[in-house]
Design a protein around this ligand. Structure first.
Ligand SMILES: [Mg+2]
Length: 274
């Protein structure tokens, strides 16, 4: 058993290797893409997703990490001699659609835990691969952007707020009535298309909140960024204002509100629950 890994160093190695390994794919985005079927999370897999996943696995193996991988692409796989002692939850590329369209907003997300539960994550990294900006968090020790400590927004006026809102769904009728008041009362609504990275914008105060009530987002997408928001001083709960404790699994989905501070969180929950 070895829990004394230098995670900051290993995760930075993962990020650097992902950037190198996806570079060839970025040059061939306009070419016909092979049919790779769906990943464990249910989305169509692209070569770039698999290249990023291999880069992360290779880096962990090079560092002699024994772990159970919980990945949006390959699902659940064991590596090394004691795989049940450490869980590495990965979304190799969050925002693959952005990447494929040349939109510069996509990330790798990696969360480390000792149990396959989102509340057990104790080290997290979300790396903006286009801009090479790395967000990390360590349980009880804060959240960081490129090594600098970050904090969430202190804005409490929803009228002044920038609120991320994911409304990508084939069934908008199921959520529209819950979101009308929020959309009408929030100063600015945004959606950038890579939710792990959008949550890091809540963490560093670039935005004031992020809301996803579609019950579509997987725990593999948000395992890392929930810790980053919380360690930056933000709040992440269910619509019922309960702490989120969900299984880390490519099929497990969550709905949530993440806010920079308690007052903003209350404003949003009051409007979304109405
Ligand atoms: Mg992905």
């Amino acid at each position: 058993m070895n829990f004394n890994y230098d995670w900051e160093n290993i995760l930075l190695q993962c990020k650097n290797k992902v950037i190198i390994c996806i570079a060839p794919s970025l040059k061939t985005l306009k070419d016909p893409q092979p049919d790779l079927g769906k990943g464990a999370g249910g989305d169509i897999m692209k070569l770039v997703d698999l290249a990023a996943e291999s880069a992360i696995i290779d880096t962990l193996e090079t560092n002699n990490v024994s772990f159970t991988l919980i990945s949006e692409e390959s699902g659940i796989k064991e590596f090394g001699s004691n795989p049940q002692e450490l869980f590495v939850t990965v979304d190799p590329i969050d925002g693959t659609t952005n990447l494929m369209h040349g939109l510069p907003f996509y990330a790798s997300s990696i969360a480390i835990s000792r149990k396959p539960e989102i509340s057990e994550v104790y080290v997290a990294m979300v790396a903006d691969l286009f801009h090479d900006i790395t967000y990390m968090a360590f349980d009880g020790r804060g959240a960081y952007c490129n090594g600098e400590k970050i904090e969430t927004s202190s804005i409490v006026s929803l009228y002044e707020a920038v609120v991320g809102l994911d409304i990508n769904t084939g069934n908008v009728k199921a959520i529209e009535s819950q979101l009308t008041d929020l959309i009408e009362n929030a100063g600015h609504i945004r959606h950038f298309g890579a939710n792990a990275l959008e949550l890091c914008y809540v963490a560093d105060g670039s935005t004031d909140a992020f809301v996803d009530i579609r019950a579509k987002l997987r725990t593999t997408d948000v395992a890392a960024s929930f810790l980053i928001v919380k360690e930056a001083g933000g709040i992440v709960t269910s619509l019922e204002n309960k702490a989120i404790n969900a299984k880390l699994d490519p099929k497990q989905t969550v709905s949530f509100v993440a806010s920079g501070n308690h007052q903003m969180h209350k404003h949003i929950l009051d409007l979304v629950r109405a």
